[in-house]
Design a protein around this ligand. Structure first.
Ligand SMILES: C[S@@+](CC[C@H](N)C(=O)[O-])C[C@H]1O[C@@H](n2cnc3c(N)ncnc32)[C@H](O)[C@@H]1O
Length: 296
């Protein structure tokens, strides 16, 4: 990614959510709470204000829909559904005793912010590149949860390691039952970087950590699921796809890194939780969601 600009993919996720929130067939999938939180984040910067203005323009909605067809058909709906699935899992974890949630590469995701207000006993931490993270700090700095049970850590992983920025942070507790979320991030890391991160997450907890993450099998990333201009677009934006793994290799890969795979859902599987059987829109099937537990 470009180091002086907010992540274009994170902005694009926010833009897609607002777009879907404005479409009759998918508006009910985006709660008022999510919309308000996203507006709050985006209002705090010029980049964000631009996205908010665009989300109200019917011309931009048309552009967005053409762009989606050329790049990744069905991706805006996918973002909403993967976020719903991750939120449901997070709520279950909290119900089961998790008291710390760490979102790695959080972008403009609103989950930790919203839940930090509802679950005061849970410690929420987000980590992101300063170019993206600073926008959220601006948005949340006056909130009562800010720096209490919601901490935003800004770090460039090309300059500093996760051990250094999180392991020694005063707001991170190694002995709390922890859920790590890595949504839409591992695809941009190399396999070596993913392995390293998995190892570090285990080493930074004294209780088996839970992990929910998105990944793509190589065949799911082929052109029938993606638009023709996607490879060129990612190259220009400086956020190319780096890591993919076959479904049948995931369990072994996680095991070799000290994790037990608990579940892995294809988009068709997790989408069925939220969409009616007769939903006619395009469903993107490129990205899966896995849940794993680390062995400490
Ligand atoms: C595709 S976005 C995903 C955002 C969010 N997880 C979501 O799904 O809505 C990838 C995120 O990784 C972050 N990121 C990329 N490179 C990074 C780096 N070198 N250091 C820290 N964060 C980075 C970006 O700032 C961005 O927020």
């Amino acid at each position: 990614m470009k180091t002086d600009e907010a992540s274009s993919t994170a902005l694009s996720v926010a833009q897609c959510i607002l777009y879907r929130a404005g479409q009759a067939d998918t508006a009910s999938l985006v709660s008022e709470e999510v919309r308000d939180a996203l507006h709050k984040i985006l209002r705090s910067s010029d980049e964000g204000k631009k996205i908010l203005a665009q989300s109200k323009s019917s011309f931009y909605k048309k552009i967005l829909s053409i762009k989606e067809r050329l790049l990744i058909p069905g991706i805006s709906l996918h973002y909403i559904l993967r976020k719903r699935y991750i939120e449901d899992y997070t709520l279950n974890c909290i119900k089961d005793g998790v008291t710390q949630v760490v979102n790695l590469g959080a972008g403009f995701d609103t989950l930790c912010y919203r839940l930090s207000k509802r679950f005061c006993h849970v410690n929420f931490i987000e980590i992101d590149h300063p170019a993206t993270g600073r926008l959220k700090v601006n948005a949340f700095k006056d909130e009562t949860c800010f720096d209490k049970n919601l901490t935003l850590i800004q770090v460039d992983f090309t300059q500093q390691t996760l051990e250094d920025c999180l392991g020694s942070h005063t707001k991170y507790f190694r002995d709390k039952p922890t859920l790590f979320i890595s949504e839409g991030v591992y695809i941009y890391l190399t396999e070596e970087q993913v392995r390293h991160q998995l190892r570090v997450l285990r080493e930074m907890t004294t209780i088996e950590p839970k992990l929910i993450f998105t990944y793509s099998p190589p065949d799911a990333m082929k052109s029938q699921n993606n638009g023709i201009l996607l490879p060129l677009y990612l190259k220009i934006k400086g956020e190319p796809f780096n890591w993919a793994i076959m479904n049948h290799e995931l369990g072994g890969f996680l095991k070799s890194n000290g994790y037990v795979l608990k579940s892995s859902k294809s988009p068709e599987e997790f989408k069925s939780n939220y969409l009616r059987d007769d939903y006619k829109g395009v469903i993107n099937i490129a990205e899966h969601i896995a849940i794993a537990e680390g062995i400490v």
